[in-house]
Design a protein around this ligand. Sequence first.
Ligand code: ATP
Length: 439
Amino acid sequence: MIKDNLMDKIVSLSKRRGFIFQNSDIYGGLANTWDYGPYGVELKNNVKQAWWGAVVHRRSDMFGMDAAILMHSRVWEASGHLSSFSDLFVECKDCKKRFKADVLAGKNNKCPQCGSALISKPRRFDLMLKTSLGAAEGSSEDVYLRPETAQGMFVNFLNILDSRHPRLPFGIAQIGKAFRNEITAGNFIFRTREFEQMEIEYFIRPENADKFYKQWIQQRFNWYINLGIRKENLRKKAHSKEELAHYAKACTDIEYNFPFGWSELEGIANRTDFDLRRHSELSGRKLQFFDARTKKRFYPYIIEPSGGVDRSVLAFLVDAYREEEVKGRKRVFLSLDKRLAPTKVAVLPLLKNRPRLTKLAREIATDLKKSFVTVYDDTAAIGKLYRRQDEVGTLYCVTIDVQSLEDRQVTVRHRDSMKQDRVGVDRLKQYLREKLVSG
Ligand code: ATP
């Protein structure tokens, strides 16, 4: 069964093939911190690009931005993070494992790891990561690494209004790093202390909040499905009143069926006018919208779809993982959507010790690189080269054989079906372009 040890298989493939490595590995590693390797960075960039295309470039009501990670400390006072961004955690006195206190609900107050009933009293833990600015000793100032990218968009609300003059509804979108001092980090890149968010703040008239809240939940759900996540692995889960964050009137999570259980990929919240009001109170600037029709100023409501880049990468990897038997041997491949696949084409000479053959293969690879993300590999026998490319989800393998030197034709092998086509070198680019556009 694929589901068995699926996380172990994903972690091991990620390291073996260059997707994701343990951070500071040669020093024993820094817990819950991961680095993206050559294929990982391509996949991650493709996820971000797919998001940016869908929520910024292909819409006319959205503006992108990129705020700094460090912000004025009063931002966190206004947002409520300084007073209430903390978690309650408990520790099992037997196995010493720490859990968020809410994990024990429904488990009879027993440790989910070892079943012990010896659980410590809940303690509060501050989630904000602090650092200091200023050169001279004694004159430094405490600042925080942002725990969400959202605030960078709220404090730029007037700048967007004044520079782009949007009408309501409109939104601001941003992708960037966020930091949280998580107590129970884990499950590979699912929960880390440094991660990337893809967030939208969508400004609307208060009376339209329900409509846009529902619309965004559906649009964000469809985004994952459109990029290949199987429908049965995705669900929506509305928060109960008790689960809502201090700023939210409603929130729905989009959850993915990870090997460790259903867990949040993205949350869509109705943040009301909480943030704009709070920043107005503390900054003295009125973060309001001027309605030219009624000549009145008011605080718009905000719908916030907030997703994690790393969690999406993990969901796409898990969902794309396939094992099948081909001629008595196991074949592992990543059936990633063509937009997400880290490499589109691999050029592989059938024999590595024939200079005329590798020369032609290199020439073809150099030419293809101008149009597609292409790799060239001649460091193993063809069977092994195919296995490597399957495991990283490369869409098309172009094989150059002895016959190619005579007839200037190459073999194109399709990742999922393993179907092979013979294509003339002069037509190859056009052939691949058509496949990559149409599927
Ligand atoms: P959780 O309940 O899992 O801690 P959250 O509800 O605190 O998540 P949000 O504050 O809503 O998360 O953040 C929005 C998104 O940012 C999440 O849906 C998730 O994709 C991502 N995210 C949040 N915390 C982390 C983390 N520690 N590591 C990786 N991604 C994260």
